[in-house]
Write a protein that binds this ligand. Structure first.
Ligand code: PGA
Length: 255
């Protein structure tokens, strides 16, 4: 089924960058650059400390807000954690879950990803579920196994209807922050594989509507080629989202 039924989504993952004032300055600039842009969802994911200020700043714009992580309990004695109700409270629409940096440095597993996804969904916060193989896994011919494991683990126990509120982000770990983008063909191959997995586990109808973003060194120069692939429905952008100009250009190159 064609791409036409899926609105592409371009999300900027700011990671551990931007003070509150820097975050507001970046969004103010971005707002002006993308004013009137239609046919693509534009999302920014600042650090927790800047969520509220950015939320206020994008109130009157076509930009949506995401957090970079969430805990699965709603409240209680969980020092340092932030829950879905608190993210909703500051105006978040989306939350990134299971980013490879969280899997690598903070002990995130398919099981914790799944618990976070379920909690987010139960509060109407839309999960962006990250999946992706390491370089050594790709070189060992294990890409499909890893992707299958991440996708099945992250979406375990969800209904097809719940899955429609999720976005899958395919981010080959070897392409993140390295300047080494997957070729459009490599991205399309894995995106197509993910869509087939979703067809098998859910249904053709659901799989044809779920958006699958590509992430890993997306820049204005390579965005159009990647987005032109039939199963690539947007991008999760790290480095190039830290400047309004380059992020806006990626958005423009998508529509
Ligand atoms: P990058 O990061 O665009 O800097 O490679 C992407 C990501 O980690 O989401």
């Amino acid at each position: 089924m064609g791409r036409t039924m899926r609105t592409p989504i371009i999300a900027g993952n700011w990671k551990l960058n931007k003070t509150v004032s820097e975050a507001v300055a970046l969004t103010s600039e971005l707002k002006k650059l993308v004013v009137g842009t239609e046919g693509v969802e534009i999302v920014v994911a600042p650090p927790f400390t800047a969520l509220e200020a950015v939320s206020n700043s994008i109130n009157d714009s076509n930009i949506l807000l995401a957090a970079q992580d969430v805990y699965w309990e709603d409240s209680g004695a969980y020092t340092g954690e932030v829950s879905a109700p608190l993210l909703i409270d500051v105006g978040c629409d989306y939350v990134i879950i299971g980013h490879s940096e969280r899997r690598q440095y903070f002990g995130e597993t398919n099981d914790t990803v799944n618990q976070k996804v379920k909690s987010a969904l139960s509060h109407n916060l839309k999960p962006i579920i990250c999946v992706g193989e390491l370089l050594e896994e790709r070189e060992a011919g294990r890409t499909e196994n890893i992707i299958k494991d991440h996708v099945a683990g992250g979406t375990a126990g969800l209904t097809g209807e719940a899955l429609l509120s999720c976005v899958i982000a395919y981010e080959p770990v070897w392409a993140i922050g390295t300047g080494k983008t997957a070729t459009p063909e490599q991205a399309q191959e894995v995106h197509h594989f993910i869509r087939n997995l979703l067809s098998e586990s859910f249904s053709d109808g659901v799989a044809s509507q779920v958006r699958i973003q590509y992430g890993g060194s997306v820049k204005p120069e390579n965005a159009a080629e990647l987005m032109a692939q039939p199963d690539v429905d947007g991008a999760l952008v790290g480095g190039a989202s830290l400047q309004a100009e380059s992020f806006a250009q990626i958005v423009e190159n998508t529509v």
